[in-house]
Design a protein around this ligand. Sequence first.
Ligand SMILES: Cc1cc2nc3c(=O)[nH]c(=O)nc-3n(C[C@H](O)[C@H](O)[C@H](O)COP(=O)(O)O)c2cc1C
Length: 172
Amino acid sequence: MKRAIQPTSIERKMRENDFIVSKTNPKGIITYGNPIFIEFSGYTEAELLGSQHNIIRHPDMPRAAFKLAWDTIQSGREFFGYVKNMSKDGGFYWVFTHITPDFGAAGQIVGYTSVRRCPRADAVAKIEPVYRAMLAAEQAAGARLAIEAGTAVLVDVMKQFELSYEELVFAL
Ligand SMILES: Cc1cc2nc3c(=O)[nH]c(=O)nc-3n(C[C@H](O)[C@H](O)[C@H](O)COP(=O)(O)O)c2cc1C
């Protein structure tokens, strides 16, 4: 079995003009990564291509955030969100991501494209405690009920500010 990478506190910061781009097939298997994606991930192109996109998943990210992302893009809509990713060496980098479905000639989803840019530091500072609360609720609920528990925390935050998910993301 592959040994889990230990997360470290070493942060890589995206530069103002960086765009991290990757593409997947409909199942989330990476089919393309631009040079900046390869640089930030710390993996080689050969390691990335053919791997699940969760290869750079950071353990601090709540599962409910990815559930929301997948529900959104699988229904043909675009998704915006802040994501903390983990590089091969255990370091982390925050991104502001936009994921869109790629449609075939018959209107079917043939894959997904994600373009990420440098997130505003103040927005990351605001979303971090929300993700932390979501993760804590997920861990307390146990694997079977994790996503419901994490989603409930996010829904509470949305209710508190009377915002939809997308409005919340853009209000950060
Ligand atoms: C185009 C695309 C880009 C994605 N980018 C990321 C990413 O940068 N980081 C990440 O952790 N998950 C990303 N995901 C989501 C992963 O597929 C996966 O759902 C997530 O890492 C959670 O892993 P898990 O489903 O194994 O819990 C992306 C998915 C798609 C379709």
